[in-house]
Design a protein around this ligand. Structure first.
Ligand SMILES: *Cc1c(COP(=O)(O)O)cnc(C)c1O
Length: 329
């Protein structure tokens, strides 16, 4: 059972709160994906969001919900990169301190972006969970206020505003395909869409390397797994193990189908986006396209929205991939 309920009302409140800061992103047709899957396929381009990912929505909503006293002490966040950038931007606008804990695996482009915004970067350990331990220590030692990246009602409601935008532009949607790691974007979008129409199918997509939520659902409880390098670096990391409070139960409740994609399939989807849509997207942002491109969704429906979650990819890596070289064979 969910300990506290997050409702559609929370998503509408989030939309009002974050409206001055976030951009409404385009929903564009992908005729090529449509032709392959005999459906109408639209891409929700959160890759065009300010900071290059949807993370700004949840992080902003969370920070706006903190008290003046909490904010004045400064904030701390653990991140695979994109959440840290979002928190750093929020902190800069509020004129407060932000400490961002990252693992050694976080791509340089993401680390640099956080530093440019004035975020204090702490690099620790070779996985998300190690960086998280460090963040916890800093929080306790320095009295900073944590801004969680996924397992938090205000964060989930903030990400849910993506679902509201899709509904506004395309009420006929019958299937949503959404990247799934910690589960904030998947469940936020699910909350918005299924509140409007419970028959809308929610398909979650993760890389087949260390799919923590997938294995947790199989095990019937949140589990921990060792992190493996992947093109979808923003999907790496655990779901908090036994401390998970919201997203495990929410995912169990909302998910209709779970798809895993390989590194090759992610790479092909990144190249597809570049060639067909002339957009640069990161691996995590490409997993939904990968699922459709490689016909991995069992029950696709007729009106399919694919959430493209982020664009923060190193240009050299993208060029390598476009030339057929994969970094992790
Ligand atoms: C964080 C992130 C995800 C996964 O979001 P969760 O809420 O952790 O499931 C997907 N894509 C990108 C680009 C991200 O930054």
């Amino acid at each position: 059972m969910l300990k506290e309920k997050i409702t559609l009302l929370d998503v509408y409140k989030a939309r009002k709160n974050i409206a001055p800061i976030i951009w409404k992103t385009p929903l564009v047709e992908s005729p090529e994906l449509g032709a392959r899957s005999n459906a109408t396929v639209l891409l929700k381009l959160e890759s065009q969001q300010r900071t290059g990912s949807f993370k700004l929505r949840g992080a902003t909503n969370k920070m706006l919900g903190l008290s003046a006293e909490e904010l004045s002490r400064g904030v701390v966040a653990v991140s695979s990169g994109n959440h840290g950038r979002a928190v750093a931007l929020g902190a800069k606008r509020l004129g407060i301190r932000a400490v961002i804990c990252l693992s050694e695996r976080v791509p340089k482009i993401k680390v640099e972006a956080i530093k440019r915004l004035g975020g204090e970067v702490v690099v620790h350990g070779d996985c998300y969970d190690a960086a998280e331990q460090r963040a916890l220590k800093i929080e306790q030692e320095q009295g900073l206020t944590p801004v969680p990246s996924f397992d938090d009602p205000l964060v989930i409601a903030g990400q849910g505003t993506v679902g509201l935008e899709i509904l506004e532009d395309w009420p006929e949607i019958d299937t949503a395909i959404v990247p799934l790691a910690g589960g904030s974007i998947f469940n936020g979008v699910a909350l918005a869409l299924k509140s409007a129409d419970p028959s809308i199918r929610m398909v979650g997509v993760t890389m087949d390397r260390a799919p923590v939520m997938y294995q947790s659902l199989k095990a019937g409880k949140p589990i921990e797994m060792e992190e493996t390098p992947t093109l979808a670096d923003a999907l790496a990391g655990g779901i908090g193990g036994e401390h998970n409070r919201y997203t495990f139960e929410l995912t169990k409740h909302f998910i209709d189908e779970y798809v895993l994609v390989s590194e090759e399939e992610i790479a092909a989807a990144m190249v597809f986006a570049l060639k067909e849509h002339k957009i640069a997207i990161e691996g995590a942002g490409a997993v939904g396209i990968a699922a459709v491109l490689h016909e991995k969704v069992q029950d696709l429906g007729k009106n399919v929205a694919v959430v493209v979650t982020g664009s923060n990819v190193d240009m050299r890596l993208l060029i390598d991939i476009a030339q057929g070289r994969l970094p992790y064979p």
